[in-house]
Design a protein around this ligand. Structure first.
Ligand SMILES: NC(=O)c1ccc[n+]([C@@H]2O[C@H](COP(=O)([O-])OP(=O)(O)OC[C@H]3O[C@@H](n4cnc5c(N)ncnc54)[C@H](O)[C@@H]3O)[C@@H](O)[C@H]2O)c1
Length: 476
């Protein structure tokens, strides 16, 4: 089937009701693709949101649009008339507790999908709570505990957009590609244990979710404005959470301000600093080496946990895994401005969409430590490609939206799986649905490592007569 045919194909038929909670940049991008690929009557879809954004888009498609913010005290009252057994709640909101919505769905036989485990508004920056419970590790443990209470319930997919989401599938495809290049044809692993053993046998030590967004907009970011290519609320919130990373068994140097958790799976640590203030080095095929922010994300924890090999109850292998996010340049400037104000967000914000005039979102899994060095596998999607492929999207949102679409279809095909994370679902089924929308799906080897080109400025062999090191400037 060619891309054109894939883009018109109905992947699933759904007879229940579909409720969108939240209709911001991701919700607005998702609706047209659901209408294109899921066979269902439009009058079975309702959008429930907290503001007027997207009303016109919804009305253009003939979809019911209701502004009625969900709060702690009105969850049952608001959801009751809109959802019952066999319906689907697509949670694309910020500031609404995911676990509260999930519990409602698990109890009532309602399908569910979100792209982030969100707490109620204000929890991320509530100084009365310990940092550990404001971490994604804490939120994930709480969600997983809930899922364990409802085995075999209607399928609830947590954290499935692009990252978290597709990134877990790119890690698997990356592992398979490296293994094939090293060993010839291999059997595709079945189940968690076999995937973890494959990663261990390849010697993968570190996995970055490596993203470089080069989209530019006109007008560009203004003073006192936070600009980004997806939710500003979402990015500011997660960026002010403690930095977190899945912590590999090979690591020898524990960060000075690092902390372990005394509960849960033990796969990740956190730093006592907001992720937006921590820079890490990473690499993507087009950008080459870059500085990204160590923003906490679900995939850093779930991938490290999924790929852990245990023997006699002790973790003998686990890769380090973290996000290395270089958002669009104006978001970097926004972050810089906000950091200078002690992380108090600017009064104005803007999500770049129609005003973008060029750029690419390169987003993929960078697998390092194996005999072939570093291998990046993921999507390189330009704004022009995104606009040709789907309405109401930029390159960043489209990568997320097709992660949502792929996992929704998988959930409808696997209706009684209870709670699952991206790592637990059929990676090829989701990627086959997503790939036609991901621009160039690229796998590329590199000999770059985070330490290889570090420290040349202070190397012993620099020329003291050339204080600016122009002569010696080199990137090895
Ligand atoms: N996994 C990924 O790859 C990925 C990528 C981007 C965004 N996300 C997540 O997707 C979600 C949506 O992102 P976005 O860019 O569309 O955000 P956005 O800020 O553009 O929109 C948020 C939406 O939530 C709604 N909302 C806020 N409070 C609400 C309430 N009390 N009740 C009902 N609705 C409420 C708003 O009205 C708005 O429609 C966020 O959780 C974000 O972190 C995930």
């Amino acid at each position: 089937m060619n891309d054109r045919e894939m883009q018109e194909k109905k992947h699933a038929r759904f007879e229940g009701r579909l409720l969108f909670v939240g209709f911001g940049s991701i919700g607005q991008g998702t609706l047209p693709l659901i209408l294109r690929h899921i066979d269902m009557p439009r009058d079975r879809i309702t959008i429930l949101t907290a503001d007027e954004r997207g009303r016109k888009e919804a009305e253009d498609y003939g979809i019911t649009f209701v502004v009625n913010p969900i709060r702690r005290e009105n969850v049952e009252h608001v959801l009751g008339p809109l959802l019952s057994r066999g319906d689907f709640l697509l949670n694309l909101s910020v500031d609404v507790s995911s676990t509260v919505l999930i519990e409602y769905c698990l109890r009532n036989g309602v399908f569910y999908l979100d792209t982030c485990i969100e707490p109620w508004h204000g929890m991320y920056t509530d100084g009365s709570l310990p940092l550990a419970s404001r971490s994604n590790y804490g939120l994930r443990e709480e969600a997983l505990a809930l899922g364990r209470r409802y085995p075999g319930a209607a399928t609830v997919v947590i954290t499935h957009g692009a990252n978290p989401g597709l990134i877990s599938h790119w890690v698997k495809q990356g592992l398979v590609n490296i293994a094939r290049d090293l060993m010839g044809d291999i059997d595709i692993p079945r189940g968690r244990e076999e995937w973890a053993r494959l990663a261990m046998s390849l010697g993968v030590k570190t996995i970055h979710c490596a993203e470089r967004d080069t989209q530019l907009a006109d007008p560009r970011k203004r003073r006192n404005e936070f600009a980004n290519t997806w939710s500003v609320d979402g990015f500011v919130s997660e960026g002010r959470q403690p930095a977190e990373l899945g912590w590999g068994t090979h690591e020898k140097h524990f960060p000075g301000d690092g902390e372990r958790h005394d509960f849960g799976c033990g796969a990740a640590i956190y730093l006592q600093r907001p992720g937006m203030s921590v820079k890490v080095r990473s690499w993507t095929p087009d950008e080459g080496p870059y500085h990204g922010f160590l923003i906490t994300h679900g995939e850093a924890i779930s991938i490290s946990d999924f790929l852990t090999v245990r023997e006699n109850g002790k973790a003998v292998y686990r890769p380090t895994c973290h996000y290395a996010y270089h958002p669009c340049d104006d978001a970097v400037l926004s972050n810089h401005e906000m950091g200078g104000k002690n992380w108090v967000a600017q009064p104005d914000y803007r999500i770049f969409m129609d005003e973008i005039f060029e750029g690419v979102d390169e987003l993929g899994a960078l697998l390092m430590g194996h005999p072939k060095g570093a291998y990046w596998y993921g999507s390189r999607l330009s704004i022009e490609q995104a606009r040709r492929l789907a309405p109401h999207n930029n390159a960043t949102s489209l990568q997320v939206v097709v992660g949502v679409l792929g996992a929704m279809v998988w959930a409808l095909e696997n209706p009684s799986r209870g709670m699952v994370e991206p790592d637990e679902i059929d990676y090829r089924r989701v990627l086959d649905i997503a790939d036609p929308y991901l621009g160039d799906v690229v796998g590329k080897y590199s000999d770059w490592t985070p330490i290889k080109d570090r420290g040349w400025l202070f190397a012993e062999d620099v020329d003291p007569s050339d204080p600016w090191q122009f002569k010696n400037f080199r990137v090895t």
